[in-house]
Ligand binder design. Structure first.
Ligand code: NAP
Length: 491
């Protein structure tokens, strides 16, 4: 597999620690495979706790000087990084597609999306403000400062290999923190390319350190960070069980935490909705990235009065989606990330069919002669809460349709999950819009809109989808603490 990059130096296959590209201390390597074919095409370090500690040594040493730079200086360096990401956007998109499998068009979109957070936080760096508070006692001044928390450990998943790590590193650097980061086993190359671009941008030695590890060695790397009191914050995007593990284990040193975890998003189509807009919204939110998105609708509730009409329109669109490798410019759905992912999708569909769901389109593995990880875009009807896919993220191109009768019933069902990341609904009744938006127990709500993420908006969940926000003016707060100064004897 040749990547054919215009800038071959973007293909980094070593860790970045203290401005040096290094192999893992013990020399172990991990293969990176193309999900379309299952073939390995690169190797990166399979790091362990020793490498993780070296990265913290570098980040801790770099912190005092980096945090003392003016916000303007930090912003300028982050802007330079942003410009280099844009300059190399086509190469970055190729790396994303090759290691993650998403169609090239979507990978190009991800580069721009991730870059938008980098630019946003470069700008926000210069707007960090504290307060001067009215004194309660004469002769005193009360001031509130915002300070960077210190060394931040960032751990990210494979589904958006560039955007997930960029929207952690950028606010951390903007706030004045230094970073140790570990991308997912399946997608280390995009993260390493970003680290190389940060180095080219002039981000100083030790400010950003990146180590890669296999699924087997990841707990060792992350445990080293959890135990290290110099690491003051963990920022994690991934599954809820791993998020809970990090919350438990970081308690020993009481680290600050941001947890962007799993979802189980409802998508509700009321009887007064614009059905074409609702189908468009579902196509955008459900089938992007092959359905491997934390904010993907996992349960589609359609009012009985419009159910059959909606299903017919949706099935036509879903049945026409083109499945293929990222290299096929016409592809709309790529391969799933790995065998575990495609097995889970098949298990969910089989379980639903056994419990009474009907497949309207899809419902099977496809292109098996081309690669092991393709699954057909699928619409199921007659879904019920008893099915596995109603309680657990399917993380694939499967839209299960639940029929409902009234608003109270659908809100109860939509909220009947431990998760609370995103929800969507379509309605043209202005009173219902406010009622439903307030009743949904999620961190984000799309109202007559299926694509809701933006760098200017706070992204994050409630309940077991985690806490903390990425993007918006709130996104920097997660990387700073508040210090209160009281100066007396001024009267
Ligand atoms: P995951 O298994 O939790 O992995 C995420 C990251 O955690 C990876 O870097 C992984 O490393 C690491 N990890 C795994 N086990 C660990 C352990 N015991 N200790 C420390 N780190 C560990 O999740 P995933 O399957 O990659 O990603 C899918 C999940 O992420 C879904 O639930 C999805 O909803 C969620 N997600 C949430 C958001 C959001 O913003 N809320 C965004 C995207 C995805 P390895 O790769 O080496 O295992």
């Amino acid at each position: 597999m040749a990547l054919n990059l215009a800038e071959p130096a973007l293909l980094r296959t070593q860790n970045l620690i203290d401005d040096q590209w290094r192999d893992a201390g013990l020399g172990a390597r991990l293969s990176v495979s193309d999900p379309a074919t299952g073939e390995a095409f690169a190797c990166v370090p399979d790091s362990d706790a020793g490498d993780a500690r070296l990265a913290v040594d570098a980040a801790a040493a770099a912190f005092p000087a980096w945090s003392r730079r003016t916000a303007r200086e930090r912003a300028q360096l982050i802007k330079r990084w942003h410009a280099l990401i844009l300059q190399h956007q086509e190469d970055l998109a190729r790396i994303i597609s090759t290691e993650q499998g998403k169609p090239l068009k979507e990978a190009r979109g991800e580069v721009l999306y991730g870059a938008s957070y980098v630019e946003w936080f470069a700008e926000e760096a210069t707007r960090i403000c504290g307060d001067i508070v009215a004194e309660a006692v004469p002769g005193r001044k009360l001031l509130v400062l915002k300070e960077p928390v210190g060394v931040v450990a960032a751990i990210t998943p494979w589904n958006f290999p560039l955007a997930m790590i960029a929207r952690k590193i950028a606010p951390a650097l903007a706030a004045g923190c230094t970073v140790v980061a570990k991308p997912a086993e399946d997608t280390p190359l995009t993260a390493l390319a970003l680290a190389w671009l940060a180095q080219q941008a002039g981000i100083p030695a030790g400010v950003l350190n990146m180590v890669t590890a296999s699924r087997e060695h990841t707990p060792g790397v992350v445990d080293a960070w959890l135990l290290d009191s110099r690491v003051r914050k963990i920022t994690f995007t991934g599954s809820t069980p791993v998020g809970k593990h990090l919350a438990r284990e970081s308690a020993a040193t009481l680290k600050k935490l941001s947890l962007e975890l799993g979802g189980n998003a409802p998508f509700i189509v009321f009887e007064d909705a614009d059905l074409d807009a609702a189908v468009d919204g579902l196509m955008a939110s459900k089938f992007r990235n092959g359905g491997q998105t934390c904010v993907c609708p996992n349960r589609v509730y359609v009012h009985e009065a419009v159910h059959d009409d909606f299903v017919e329109r949706l099935a036509q669109r879903v049945g026409a989606l083109h499945v293929g490798p990222a290299t096929d410019e016409a592809a709309q759905i790529g391969p799933m990330i790995n065998a575990r992912a495609v097995d889970k999708i098949a298990r969910h569909v089989d379980d639903a069919v056994t419990r009474g769901a009907r497949v309207v389109t899809g419902g099977k593995r496809v292109r098996t002669e081309d690669g092991p990880h393709y699954y057909a875009p699928t619409v199921l009807v007659d879904a019920t809460p008893a099915m596995e896919l109603s309680c657990e993220e399917t993380f694939g191109p499967v839209a299960p349709i639940f029929r409902f009768r009234d608003e109270a019933e659908v809100i109860r069902d939509a909220n009947d999950t431990p998760f609370g990341l995103a929800a969507y609904f379509y309605s043209n009744d202005v009173r219902r819009i406010w009622r439903v938006a307030q009743a949904l127990e999620t961190g984000m709500v799309g109202i007559n809109e299926g694509a809701i993420a933006a760098e200017a908006a706070p992204f994050g969940g409630v309940k077991e989808s985690g806490y903390g926000r990425e993007g918006s003016r709130h996104g920097l707060d997660d990387y700073m603490h508040t210090k209160y100064l009281c100066q007396g004897q001024l009267g």
